[in-house]
Write a protein that binds this ligand. Structure first.
Ligand code: ATP
Ligand code: MG
Length: 225
């Protein structure tokens, strides 16, 4: 049997301080290949902390994180960066797009660290932009497209690396409700095509669109539907 794409086993996170603050408490979570999941909770509940740990940007204080069956505790930072670059796609709340480069180059740049040669970066970037419906905007600057389109570029960049899982932090947070709904519809389509996607949101209306919803409150998973 293939292992879950992502598995958290009794994961805690404590931020240092006086006193130290435990912001995630014994979180257990498994995401299987092909799932489309929302993690929903109010501000300060630990969503971004959880996303950092799911995405191996941060290590847990205790507990186990496995990505495609690999326990990250056994990896050095360099190995972990390599695993992240090849298996995890991120869509951050801020788009982090360079204004001085075309949309195509912004997406292609995401593949630098995956060790993909230039011609293939450009080709994969063009394919990913096609998938998010932006095949006609590849030569535009990010400043010359709409907010919803910028969010699509950010998603294309996450997809271009053909990751095992895409993690998105509030992908509809900066958008009006109709652009937000279009992004959700697009994530559903990508999921139909086989992408495994986890969306973090504080918005219960957005979360309601997803087949699986995990509720987080004060650093604990309190429910699942
Ligand atoms: N680097 C840090 N050091 C100390 N405490 C932190 C740090 N980062 C976050 N926290 C605290 O951890 C808790 C969870 O924060 P987190 O950013 O994960 O919440 P969130 O659910 O993403 O909130 P939001 O919806 O506002 O983005 C909060 O109480 C926050 O103040
Ligand atoms: Mg957050």
């Amino acid at each position: 049997m293939t292992p879950p794409v992502l598995e958290l086993d009794h994961v805690t996170k404590t931020y240092p301080g006086d006193p130290p603050l435990e912001v995630l408490h014994a979180v257990n979570l498994a995401i299987e290949e092909g799932e489309l999941v929302a993690v929903v909770g109010p501000s300060g509940s630990g969503k971004s902390t959880l996303l950092s740990i799911m995405g191996t940007l941060d290590r847990p204080t205790s507990g186990t994180v496995r990505v495609t069956g690999i326990d990250i505790a056994g990896l050095e930072d360099r190995q972990l960066s390599a695993l992240r670059a090849t298996r995890i796609g991120f869509v951050f709340q801020q788009f982090f797009l360079s204004e001085h480069e075309s949309v195509l180059d912004n997406v292609a740049e995401g593949l630098l660290y995956a060790g993909v040669p230039r011609w293939e970066r450009q080709q994969r970037a063009a394919e990913a932009l096609d998938r998010v419906g932006l095949g006609h905007r590849t030569q535009h600057r990010p400043t010359k497209i709409s907010g919803g389109e910028r969010q699509r570029v950010a998603i294309a960049r996450a997809l271009a690396g053909r990751p095992a899982i895409v993690l998105a932090d509030e992908p509809t947070g900066n958008l009006d409700s109709s652009s937000g709904a279009a992004i959700v519809a697009m994530l559903e389509e990508l999921n139909d095509d086989g992408a495994t996607i986890v969306v973090i949101t504080h918005d219960h209306d957005v979360a309601a669109c997803f087949p699986r919803r995990i509720e987080i409150l004060d650093g604990s998973i309190v429910g699942e539907r």
